[in-house]
Each structure stands twice: as structure tokens, then as C-alpha cells.
Design a protein. Sequence first.
Length: 132
Amino acid sequence: VTLEKPEILKGNFEINFQLMSLTQATELHFAMEKEKDLYDVEMTISANTNKIKLYKNKLLVLEKDAILIKPNAYYSFAIRHSEEGFIFVVNEEKVLAMHIAQTPVKFAITLIGKPNQPAAFEIRDMVINPLR
């Protein structure tokens, strides 16, 4: 399942939302497409481990442990795009930062389940605000 903002986002902005995983194993992708580059943040959520990976054009750029996200609880997410670059925040903890050129982007969230283990999540209160 993919949720995509059809309009191109320009300038400085922040996307805020609450997310709750409804299953024990979920793979979330937060993608930003900038000109010819695709940045994909992959967040693997499971009972055993939570990893976050950053890909640029399908090449792994960064991998690290992520904040533990348990099912059936809401977590706040913020994705910032500014002169400082791209910042990914979960529950007010910066989990990923990368300097990328400030150009217009398209944004999407994708949910991927595992074989014999469907994935589900709930998103609420999604807001896209300009940053000053």
C-alpha cells in the first residue's frame, strides 16, 4: 500500500503525523524523489529488531538501529526538508539526518508485509507545514 502526495513540495517543509503499527512485523518506506534522485528511508519494525536504512537510488547509504516501535501504540513522526537537509524524527528523537540539495520533492509512504505475515498501520493527524 502506498500513500503519495501528488503535488511537488517546494522550499522548506515539515511533514508531521502519528503512526501506529497494528502488526508485529512491518516494513515502512518513506520516499522522497528529487529531480533524478530517489531517497528511500526503510524502517523495519519487528518484535526482535528495529532498523532504519537510507538508500539513494537503491544503493544503501546508511544503516543503524532505530527507536523501538511496538504495535498498538501511536508514535509521532516528523520529516523535515530545509537548508540543513533531510531530517527524520520519531517521538522527537532525530533518527536520521542527511545533507541533500534543497530542490522540490515528491513524497510517499509505502507499507510492505512479509509472506504469511500481513502488515497494517494507522496514520492520523498528517499535516504538511512550511518551515520558516
